[in-house]
Write a protein that binds this ligand. Structure first.
Ligand SMILES: Cc1cc2nc3c(=O)[nH]c(=O)nc-3n(C[C@H](O)[C@H](O)[C@H](O)COP(=O)(O)OP(=O)(O)OC[C@H]3O[C@@H](n4cnc5c(N)ncnc54)[C@H](O)[C@@H]3O)c2cc1C
Length: 494
């Protein structure tokens, strides 16, 4: 818990020049906003049945982190009601916040909006102020991970967003005109059918974690791990630990290891220094967030290459967490060229020398390799990637060519037109959409992303069900004027 909020008494309401609500009052106000703005009311998606009677959802959202939750809230608002979110974790443990985000607070500024879908009484600020008061919000520096989790769970409960926890989707394939999702729940296999899929399954679902080759090839698995996986810090007590990477997670994990009793931590950085600029911050303006996806390929590639010309540096708090500790050692200009065992010690070989440690933690991010992700085993071959569609003059990260080349509303595009036309019914709302769509997965991208996503999902139903809607308008026969002498007789019911 962050001391900024942990020390606040929820009961103490500092006086301020604006009305401060209790949580109960806020909830009532938020529900009223939803009710007032609940137009149009009609649910409109054509029901689809399978011959065997199995239920077919309109939309299955895979992943119940903040992206999936917001997508689920927005589907309700758009009256696409036969939808569900599936998440492999227990409620409250979706996403990284309670597990592998080993940082006290979010990197995002507290003023960010988007998750609330534009309802002021559902903003993080309203949620915080209702419990701690406006003055406390003024003093708040950052949103803690615990608070972010609590906020998301609050919205989920209040809006009654349909989430099924503890369900892992193992495979997506296409059967009989709908998607078939093979699931695992409480150790049992199951099948779920859907007309549309929204992938909100986070950064690890589209290719997995990235382990540097020298580590994967040179070391047995028990001496290394990735920081986005479970790490048994208890087992590192008194040990020498190597951390590879220079991003926020590298420093967060170095700090966590030392705070939990590691003997020493050596952090290996490829570059001669930590980059100064967090270029992703530059993208925080509506022109970029709202319209990037509509730029042409060349423009998107060039802008994205600039934004990623250096990796995002850690926040200053992550550096301060370790920089004064005598048991922390940073090694610049030290890319790992190889690694080997020497007895029970790990030898890390870098340009600046050899280092003996007991364990290695890779803070080296994730990859976008749909072809390597089990979830996409039966469909990846059909999905167009940037390398299939665009040849850059230069620049861009290693991930760019492998990024899925998406349509304007997050939908997958076929590699070979005509081979898998149903791919456009899968909407990729994960980080792997970033080159095509701009910041995705990040809190700052939600505001524009969810809106665009809903246009895409809605469009796709309207187009596919066009004949149904045409027949419906032709049959339309309701009028409050019926019976008035000036008014034509109603059409015969068809
Ligand atoms: C350590 C860390 C810190 C970050 N800090 C910030 C920050 O401060 N601000 C910011 O804007 N961004 C941050 N990000 C980036 C981004 O916001 C997060 O990655 C965020 O969690 C993305 O949200 P999401 O809902 O898209 O995915 P996730 O939060 O990852 O949620 C996806 C969910 O889907 C589940 N899932 C995946 N596959 C399946 C499956 N096959 N079946 C069922 N469930 C599945 C996952 O277990 C997970 O619960 C951070 C990322 C990391 C890794």
């Amino acid at each position: 818990m962050n001391p900024d909020t942990a020390t606040l008494d929820p009961g103490a309401r500092p006086a301020a020049g604006r009305s401060i609500k209790s949580l109960a009052e806020l909830e009532a106000a938020a529900l009223r906003d939803l009710e007032i703005l609940d137009y149009p009311l009609k649910s409109w998606i054509r029901p689809v049945a399978r011959e065997d009677g199995a239920h077919v959802f309109d939309v299955v959202v895979i992943g119940g982190g903040h992206s999936g939750l917001c997508a689920g809230m927005a589907l309700k608002r758009e009256k696409i009601l036969n939808s569900i979110i599936l998440d492999e974790n227990a409620a409250g443990e979706e996403g990284p916040w309670q597990t592998y985000a080993r940082m006290p607070d979010l990197r995002t500024r507290k003023s960010v909006t988007g998750a609330e879908l534009g309802y002021p009484n559902l903003t993080y600020r309203a949620y915080f102020e209702a419990r701690f008061g406006a003055a406390a919000y003024e003093n708040l520096k950052r949103i803690t991970c615990d608070e972010w989790t609590s906020y998301l769970q609050w919205m989920r409960r209040l809006l009654d967003v349909p989430v099924r926890n503890g369900v892992r989707v193992d495979l997506i394939d296409r059967v009989g005109g709908v998607f078939r999702l093979s699931t695992r729940e409480n150790g049992k296999s199951g099948l779920v059918y859907a007309r549309r899929i929204i992938l909100a399954s986070g950064p690890l679902s589209t290719g997995g974690t990235n382990i540097p080759e020298p580590i994967a090839e040179g070391l047995p698995k028990h001496v290394y791990g990735h920081v986005y996986d479970h790490v048994d810090f208890g087992a590192l007590k008194g040990k020498a630990v190597a951390v590879i990477g220079a991003g926020a997670s590298a420093f967060d994990n170095a700090g966590t290891a030392l705070e939990q009793g590691a003997g020493e931590v050596h952090l290996f950085v490829r570059r001669p220094h930590i980059p100064r600029l967090s270029l992703i911050r530059w993208t925080d303006f509506s022109g970029f967030l709202n319209t990037y996806a509509d730029l042409d390929d060349d423009q998107r590639w060039k802008l994205a290459a600039e934004v990623q010309r250096n990796p995002s540096p850690p926040p200053i708090r992550a550096l301060n967490r370790v920089d004064k500790r005598p048991d922390f050692h940073i090694h610049f200009s030290s890319p790992v060229s190889s690694a080997r065992m020497d007895g029970d010690k790990v030898v890390i070989v870098t340009a600046t020398g050899e280092h003996r440690v007991d364990h290695v933690l890779c803070a080296t991010g994730f990859s976008f390799r749909l072809d390597k992700a089990p979830l996409f085993a039966s469909i990846a071959k059909h999905i167009a990637l940037w390398r299939d569609r665009y040849t850059p003059e230069s620049g861009g990260s290693d991930k760019f060519p492998w990024s899925p080349y998406l349509g304007r509303h997050y939908e997958f595009v076929e590699k070979i037109p005509g081979e898998a036309p149903w791919l456009k019914y899968i909407f990729n709302f994960t980080q792997s959409a970033t080159l095509s769509m701009g910041p995705t997965g990040r809190v700052s991208g939600l505001k524009y992303g969810v809106r665009r996503l809903m246009i895409g999902v809605g469009n796709s139903f309207m187009r596919e069900d066009f004949e149904t809607h045409l027949a419906s308008v032709r049959r339309y026969n309701d009028s409050e004027l019926d019976g008035h002498p000036w008014v034509e007789k109603p059409l015969a019911k068809v």
